[in-house]
Design a protein around this ligand. Structure first.
Ligand code: FAD
Length: 458
């Protein structure tokens, strides 16, 4: 039995910075990783996919060379092995960086293996038993594989196995028209695949406002991605061309034939094989660890951070979980999950930056609100760049004048959204942005103009 002040299970986006803070505070820490250091974001999520987005974007711009005044002799062709090598290099650098920094920490023992609780104070890994009064779970999530008929009969791709592709699928069928599916769809369409996205719901990214979802649909459709919406009874079967996905949609052919199928229908937490019952750690019906506002689980002395607690599904929410836990424990700063404002981006091109409430949420809240929507085609910087797709949408509270929610679908939307997000955190009225002097020429310089066009929210 080895004793530590703290045990951390998993090296996702919260575990490593927490190990660093605890170590700096003079605590002894054991951190356990069963697979790749850095977890999903570093190895199979944000970082590698954003390198692919960057390659696909560069190709797309190059293919529009005539519009910008240049030509590419012989046309633009993907070299997928080099795209993959670039991805592997960038993702590998982060992976090695996480491992090296953990191994360099004072008082920190790095253990590779699968961790399982033996009690609320003890964790088994390999043949060792570790004990600590404080245990932090950062085990993340993985691609969900629902029991669709025929799912075991066909080779399936997930976001993880997509990372190993060193060829361009002839026809990639993506089951799932949400964030992960749309990003991969546009990437591979730009690399030259035929792409069909099959979505059970009546529209893409169903959590977003209908008009935003429709605009994204049109942008992707214009690039030649095919969609099958309302696919109620999805099943899979082998076919001579690869895979047949039966969609049973209202319109069109009941079957889509493709060479490969990527399943992007959500994530499930890595909590089944963790011995949580031995530790008295409760989960909800979907397996997410239930936590309070400071991320403590039902078992005293055990915290859950990142995707496994169901309170966020992003790198920034996981990192924020680390800050909340560390500040509560080490700085007596009583930070809470409920203080954070929802914010994220969808990394298609142009990107969608989102913060705060959606239209549906605002309607449900019963507030009196004012709203404004402005097309990117009227944003000078977008015009100059030749990237005029999308719009800026902002809704504010009519009484307090505080911003309630915003969506910026357009060039730099993932960056510009932070102007609004920070004003929301400051609980300042929108008039602060409206009266601010912004730099020309930028997308952000239009925010004051957009905010001067507020009208009653319907
Ligand atoms: C394709 C894709 C793209 C994404 N893009 C973005 C993006 O652009 N922006 C964004 O903010 N988010 C994005 N995400 C989400 C983001 O990757 C995750 O929210 C983020 O990685 C947070 O994860 P985490 O800290 O909860 O743990 P993870 O990063 O999932 O890490 C958990 C770690 O725990 C280890 N582990 C699990 N069980 C055990 C055990 N029993 N013992 C030991 N170790 C264990 C795992 O091996 C893993 O390394 C994307 C996700 C996907 C799938």
């Amino acid at each position: 039995m080895k004793r530590f002040d703290a045990i951390i299970i998993g090296t996702g986006q919260a575990g490593p910075p927490l190990a660093s803070r605890l170590s700096a505070a003079g605590k002894t820490v054991a951190i356990i990783e069963r697979h790749k250091f850095g977890g999903t974001c570093v190895n199979t999520g944000c970082i590698p996919t954003k390198t692919l987005v960057a390659s696909a974007y560069a190709m797309h711009v190059a293919s529009r060379g005539a519009e910008y005044g240049f030509s590419v002799p012989g046309g633009v062709q993907v070299d997928i092995k080099r795209v993959k090598a670039r991805k592997d290099e960038i993702s590998g650098r982060s992976n090695r960086g996480v491992e090296q920094s953990l191994r360099g920490l004072k008082n920190c023992t790095v253990i590779q293996g699968h961790a399982r609780f033996q009690s609320s104070r003890a964790v088994a890994v390999n043949d060792e038993l570790l004990e600590a009064d404080k245990i932090f779970i950062n085990v993340g999530a993985r691609a969900s594989i629902p029991p669709l008929p025929g799912i075991r009969d066909v080779p399936l791709l997930t976001n993880s196995s997509m990372m190993d592709l060193d060829f361009v699928p002839e026809h990639l069928i993506i089951v799932g028209g949400s964030y992960v599916g749309l990003e991969f769809g546009q990437i591979y369409r730009r690399f030259g695949s035929e792409v069909t996205i099959v979505e059970m719901g009546p529209r893409l990214i169903g959590r977003e406002d209908e008009d935003v979802s429709e605009a994204v649909h049109q942008i992707l459709q214009a690039e030649g991605i095919q969609f099958r919406l309302n696919a109620k009874c999805i099943s899979l079967a082998k076919h001579e061309s690869g895979v047949a996905v039966r969609v049973d949609c209202k319109d069109g052919s009941p079957e889509v034939m493709g060479s490969h199928v990527l399943l992007a229908v959500g994530r499930i937490p890595n909590t089944q094989d963790l011995g949580l019952d031995q530790a008295g750690v409760a989960t909800d019906e979907r397996g997410y660890i239930t936590v309070d506002d400071q991320l403590q689980t039902s078992a005293p002395g055990i915290w859950a951070l990142g995707d496994c607690n169901g309170r966020g599904a992003f790198t920034h929410t996981s990192y924020n979980d680390f800050e909340i836990v560390a500040d509560n424990l080490l700085s007596a700063d009583h930070r809470r999950v409920s203080d954070r404002i929802q914010a994220y981006a969808l990394y298609i091109d142009p990107p969608l930056g989102r913060c705060g409430m959606t239209d549906v949420e605002i309607r449900k809240s019963g507030r009196t609100a004012l709203a404004t929507k402005y097309p990117m085609v009227r944003v000078g910087r977008a015009f100059e760049k030749g990237e005029t797709q999308g719009c800026i949408k902002i809704t504010v509270d009519a009484q307090s004048k505080q911003i309630l929610g915003a969506a910026i679908l357009g060039t730099s939307g993932d960056e510009v959204i932070h102007v609004l997000l920070d004003v929301m955190y400051a609980k300042a009225p929108y008039t602060v942005v409206q009266r601010a002097l912004h730099i020309h020429p930028t997308v952000a310089e239009y925010l004051p103009t957009v905010l001067s066009k507020l009208e009653p929210f319907a």
